[in-house]
Structure formats: structure tokens, C-alpha cells
Design a protein around this ligand. Structure first.
Ligand code: NAI
Length: 327
């Protein structure tokens, strides 16, 4: 029997993982995030299961290795929160490369529709018996141009949705994907010609702040910027400046560069000390969701199933196709 320390466990995680329980694996659910202060909870465990906002730096990896933990099973696709260099050759990293790209793609379109047709405002108005349409005018998505940065599984699923709306679809990706239903173009062309820009690439050292003051200035005036990928792809100050000047017409953010201390938690009785986040929330044309794009029944099921399969393959001593290598 192998024991897994499962960090940042939420009730929906427990429910989905219990569906795939296995006699060889004992999961200890911890509500805490994995970081320097909590890593000792993994002592005596054979593996850990971690998520997007756990901080798996050199210190944490050194400690896990000291405890004899052999595997970190990420229950997500991204692994930018792991110091891969420290992990290389010492501890195995597994991930869930794909669960439901549709979950994220559909949430992305939901954000666009909400911002464009002002559904977030209409919902509040009618609850207050205010039936005025003043200020709620949007635009047709039909024949508008959407620019998709990153045309992997999620980017392609989102492009397919946009196709259904009759939009023109531009894509930028260093590796072209035959499943992409749009037209590939250069990064600058995409910035210049898109009415809506949506980020679907992973966060790497090279593309941190890919949306910055300079790139925002190259976009169409009134552009919508949607980020359901990783917060650090966007320089928040540049985004706020763009929104305040009118260069950016609206922004939908499911991720935020400093999300770790707030997202996924109920902070409704607390003061938020992150002024940039408070500033963003106060803007009428910004919609923030708390990294929830993945949150569908199908995605949770896929995450739990693949994570358990990854762990069983690892403990069987077999090669796992979902192993992350330092590259
Ligand atoms: P994927 O690996 O299928 O596709 C990513 C694509 O981005 C690849 O085609 C790659 O070549 C491209 N790419 C890499 N660097 C790029 C750059 N600088 N510019 C343009 N394209 C670039 O990954 P998938 O499954 O589509 O996921 C994409 C991202 O979505 C993940 O890395 C993760 O950050 C984010 N995500 C967010 C979730 C949420 O709940 N908000 C849930 C799942 C993933």
C-alpha cells in the first residue's frame, strides 16, 4: 500500500478521487497548500499530489527527497510551479496533460459573451428590479476576428467554438497544429488584426509578460484580452493602463499573476491587500473568475482518473507516458 499526501484538497477533489479509489493507494487529504511550511506533512508518504498554486521550489524538493517521496503527481496540465532543475533525476513528476480542453474553451467563450453582452451587469440590474438597457449594448461576434495565442488542445477547442459563431480566426504558435481550424499568422499580425485576443499557451521563461505595454500598444483599440491560461503571461500594470486609456475594451481573467494567496479561497470577510487585484475587480469591463475554467464534472473525473493511473503506473515500476522531463 502506497500513501499519497494530497495537498490543497477541496471537497470536489475528494469526491472525484474517491470515485477512482484503489486498494493499493491510500490518499491522505490535506487542505493546506504544499510549500516550505507544509512540506513536512509529506514525511512518511510515498508520493504527493499537488495542484496549480502549490509552491514546489528547490527547498520543497530537497525535503521531499529527504523524506523518500518518489513522485509528485500534478493533478493539472501546467507545471510552471515546480523547480524542474532541482527535481531532475531525483523525483518523478507526473501530470495530467489533457482532461477536458472543452471545459476551458467553453469558459473562455463564456467570459467573452458575459463581457460583450454585459450579462454580469444585467444579472445584478434585474435582481434590483432595474430593467433599463442603458449601457448594455454589445457587438455581434459574427465576422469579428479572434486571435488565439497557443493552438494546442485548448486553443483548438476554443477555435472550433469561435467557428460556430462565424468568427474569423487567427492563430499564433511556434508549432502549427493540423487540427487548428483558423489561419496561422505572425504574432504581430495577430495583435494588429484581432478584436479579441485569447491566451492558450503554457507559461515559460520566454513568454512571461507576453502581454505588456509594447504588445498592448500594437493591438486594435478596444481589443478584448482574455486569459484563461496562466497569470504571469500578462503584465497586470500594462493591462490596467490599457483598460484605463481605452486601448483595451474589456478583459476576462481566469488567472492572475499573484493569484496564489487569494484564488480558490473564501476571502469575503477579509481585506484584500493586493491593490492591483482590487483595482481590476473595481473596473466595470473586467471579469475575474477564480481559476475555475477547468471546473466541470467531466474535467474533474478525467483529472482523478489519469492521476490515479499515473500513480499506479509509477508504483508498478513502469514507464509513464505522462512524466514531465526537465527538457
Ligand atoms: P497544449 O500543450 O495542448 O498547447 C499549448 C500550445 O501552446 C502548444 O501548441 C505550444 O506550442 C503553444 N505555445 C507554447 N509557447 C507559446 C508561445 N510563446 N506563443 C504561442 N504559443 C505557444 O496545452 P493545453 O492543454 O491547450 O493548455 C494550455 C494552457 O492552458 C496550459 O499550459 C495551462 O497553462 C492552461 N490551463 C488553464 C486551466 C484553467 O483552469 N484556467 C486548466 C488547464 C490548462
Amino acid at each position: 500500500m502506497k500513501t499519497i499526501a494530497f495537498f490543497d484538497a477541496k471537497p470536489y477533489d475528494k469526491a472525484s478521487f474517491r470515485q477512482f479509489s484503489h486498494e493499493d493507494i491510500n490518499i491522505r487529504f490535506f487542505e493546506n497548500r504544499l510549500n516550505r511550511d507544509t512540506v513536512s506533512m509529506a514525511a512518511c508518504c510515498d508520493g504527493v499530489c499537488a495542484f496549480v498554486n502549490d509552491s514546489i521550489d528547490k527547498y520543497v524538493i530537497d525535503k521531499l527527497c529527504e523524506y523518500g517521496v518518489g513522485v509528485i503527481a500534478m493533478r493539472c496540465a501546467g507545471y510552471n510551479n515546480i523547480d524542474l532543475k532541482s527535481a531532475n533525476g531525483r523525483i518523478t513528476i507526473l501530470r495530467v496533460p489533457s482532461y477536458s480542453p472543452h471545459a476551458i474553451a467553453e469558459h473562455t467563450m463564456g467570459m467573452i459573451l458575459t463581457l460583450n453582452r454585459k450579462l454580469h451587469k444585467a444579472y445584478i440590474r434585474t435582481r434590483d428590479h432595474n430593467f433599463s438597457l442603458e449601457g448594455l449594448c454589445g457587438f455581434d461576434l459574427f465576422e469579428k476576428t479572434v486571435g488565439i495565442i497557443g493552438t494546442g488542445k485548448i486553443g483548438c477547442a476554443f477555435a472550433d467554438i469561435c467557428k460556430g459563431f462565424g468568427m474569423n480566426i487567427l492563430g499564433f504558435d511556434p508549432y502549427e497544429n493540423k487540427n487548428f481550424c483558423g489561419e496561422y499568422t505572425t504574432f504581430d499580425n495577430l495583435l494588429k488584426n484581432s478584436d479579441i485576443i485569447s491566451l492558450h499557451c503554457p507559461l515559460t521563461k520566454e513568454n512571461k509578460d507576453i502581454i505588456n505595454k509594447d504588445t498592448v500598444s500594437k493591438m486594435k483599440k478596444g481589443v478584448y484580452i482574455i486569459n484563461t491560461s496562466r497569470g504571469k503571461l500578462v503584465d497586470t500594470d500594462a493591462l490596467i493602463e490599457g483598460i484605463k486609456s481605452g486601448q483595451v475594451g474589456a478583459s476576462g481573467l481566469d488567472v492572475y499573476e499573484e493569484e496564489t494567496s487569494v484564488f480558490f479561497e473564501d476571502k469575503s470577510d477579509e481585506i484584500i491587500y493586493d491593490d492591483r487585484l482590487v483595482n481590476l475587480i473595481s473596473l466595470p469591463n473586467v471579469l475575474i473568475t477564480s481559476h475555475q475554467a477547468f471546473l466541470t464534472r467531466e474535467a474533474l473525473k478525467g483529472i482523478a482518473q489519469t492521476t490515479m493511473e499515473n500513480l499506479l503506473t509509477f508504483f508498478d515500476g513502469k514507464e509513464c507516458r505522462n512524466e514531465v522531463t526537465a527538457g
